[in-house]
Structure formats: C-alpha cells, structure tokens
Design a protein around this ligand. Structure first.
Ligand code: SF4
Ligand code: ZN
Length: 310
C-alpha cells in the first residue's frame, strides 16, 4: 500500500499518474495551493491592492477559486468580491445561488446576485419556450459575460477571476485549432486583457489544475459545492474534444498540460498576427463596447422582443 510521498501518511487520497507521486489530503491541498501560487506569480495575475471579482456559480471550480484567492485577501494582498448569475433555470440554479451566498457570507465578502430577468426582462427558461431560439448555451454565455463585465465595473474591480481549469483551457485551445478559429485563440491564456477600458481583465488562477483535482481539493477542504448538472447541457463539440483529450490522457498523462504550454509559446505570435477584436464603439442601446451598432446581447434581445433594463 502506498504512503504519502511527502510525509509518509498512510491515508493517501491521490496518486498522480504524471509524477507517480502519492499524496495525503494535507499534502495534496498544499501542492495545489503551491501550483496556483506559481501560476499567479509567473503569469502576473495579481498586483498588490487589486480588487478581484470572482464569477461565483457555486460549482467546484468557482468555489475553489474563491477559497484560494481568499488566502491572498487574508494576507491583505488583494480585496475580493463576487458575483453570481441567476440565469433562471428552474430546479437547477437556485441551489448554486444558495451555496454561493453562503460562501460569500462565510468569508465576509461583498457579493451580488444578478439575474437575467432583472437585466434583460426575460430568463433562460422563458427564452427556451420561444420559437426559433438560438439554443440555451448561446444566450447563456453571451448574457453571462455581459453581466459579469458590467458588474465588475460596478464593483470597481481591477480583475475578474473565473474558475477555468486545465481541462477547460486545453479543450478551448484544441477546439479553436480544430475549427480553425485562430482569432479566438488570442483571447485564451491565464490573463486576458483588452484595449477597451470598458472590459475588465480576466484571470484564470486554476488554469493548470486538472478538473479532477479541483473536485478533490473541494472535497479535501470540506467545501460545499453545487454538484447538479444543467438540464440544458447537451452533447457539444466541446464535450467531444474533452472526451478525446481524456482518452489521450490515459496513456499520456501530461497531454492537457502540454496542449496549454504549447499554446502559451504560440500566443505572442498569434496575438501579433491575429489581434483580438477591438470594439471601436459602444452599443447604441446598452452602451457596452461593440463593433456593430448593437452588441450581441441587444441583438439577441431584439429578436426576442426585449431590451436591456437600464
Ligand atoms: Fe448555460 Fe446550462 Fe448551457 Fe451551461 S449548459 S451554458 S449553464 S444553458
Ligand atoms: Zn447592447
């Protein structure tokens, strides 16, 4: 029977295929903390005095992001706040919102719950009942990003932290390669900034932590997390790519890591030749940055016969 490679504790909770290392709960938590700290330092994700807003769904990734960033807050390196989006998915979202509220309360941080209904006058369940809708995830992603960015400005946040893990990020890199979306590639990475001052920079502190380890970390630390799956989740290209990567990882345990490391080397070249889209103007309705007269949110809402509630 294996014992913890670091301290000899016989209660091993993980054996990492890539390194052969076996770890007990305490040493595992420390190793994840250390890896995230390395990412934060190397990629310069935080500056002293930053106000960071966590996009907190209540799922494992965002809860772990909040928990780790809170250690920076406790050391007075950063200030922390959080936003939770209520898309209006009956029987699914409420539990996540409650969990998010309880974490924000436990840590004593500023927290806002913002709903699609309040911002747009219509929620996701209602959209899904309309004819000719574009599919749940299309609205969800576009509407959520709009709320997150706008709320970060209301909070006066310098950074938005999201819970993207190694699986998410390697999937995104591979998906964009496979689809030939080279323009989208320049907006990946641990830190994304924009020339538009209306866009708050985004950071991904968990970018080098495999999804499985994020879940195990939450379990090892006894963090309450929302486990249910969204009822609208369907087979997607992202899932197919995720399955390919998972299969490859069985025999090549460092595969996801090498996908993002290879991408990191290419990123400066991609950015130079395919710069991220710069939104020149402001949307005529909501005032958010937009290359066209109307931003995507206002375009979608117009199709649905609604408007941003300003
Ligand atoms: Fe939104 Fe559900 Fe789609 Fe995720 S799966 S983007 S929560 S509708
Ligand atoms: Zn708009």
């Amino acid at each position: 029977m294996s014992v913890c490679t670091k301290c000899g504790n016989p209660n091993v909770i993980i054996t990492r295929k890539q390194s052969g290392q076996s770890l007990c709960a305490d040493c595992f938590i420390k190793s994840v903390d250390k890896k995230v700290q390395q990412t934060i330092r190397r990629e310069k994700l935080l500056n002293k005095g930053d106000k960071v807003m966590v996009a907190l769904s209540g799922g494992k990734d965002s809860v772990v992001t909040l928990d780790i960033l809170n250690s920076y807050r406790e050391r007075h390196v950063i200030d922390l706040c959080a936003v939770t989006i209520d898309e209006g998915i009956k029987g699914y979202r409420n539990e996540g919102v409650d969990i998010a509220i309880s974490h924000a309360k436990r840590l004593g941080i500023e927290h806002k719950v913002v709903s699609f209904k309040d911002c747009f006058g219509i929620d996701l369940d209602e959209i899904m009942k309309t004819d000719n809708h574009r599919g749940s995830c299309t609205y969800c992603g576009v509407f959520r990003r709009w709320i997150i960015n706008r709320t970060s400005r209301e909070f006066g946040a310098d950074k938005i932290a999201t819970g993207h893990n190694l699986d998410d990020e390697s999937q995104a890199v591979l998906m964009n390669y496979l689809e030939g979306n080279i323009n989208n590639l320049s907006s990946l990475g641990a830190l994304t900034t924009s020339k538009s001052p209306k866009f708050t920079p985004k950071i991904k502190p968990l970018r080098e932590i495999p999804e499985k380890e994020v879940g195990l970390y939450a379990l090892a630390k006894g963090l309450d997390i929302h486990l249910a799956g969204c009822p609208y989740a369907q087979e997607s290209f992202r899932m197919e790519v995720g399955n390919i990567l998972k299969d490859l990882t069985k025999d090549h345990p460092t595969m996801m890591y090498s996908v993002i490391k290879g991408y990191d080397k290419l990123k400066p070249l991609v950015k130079e030749n395919y710069p991220p889209e710069f939104h020149q103007g402001d949307c005529a309705i909501c005032g958010e940055p937009s290359s066209n007269e109307l931003c995507r949110v206002c375009t979608f809402l117009k199709e649905l016969g609604h408007r941003v509630q300003l």
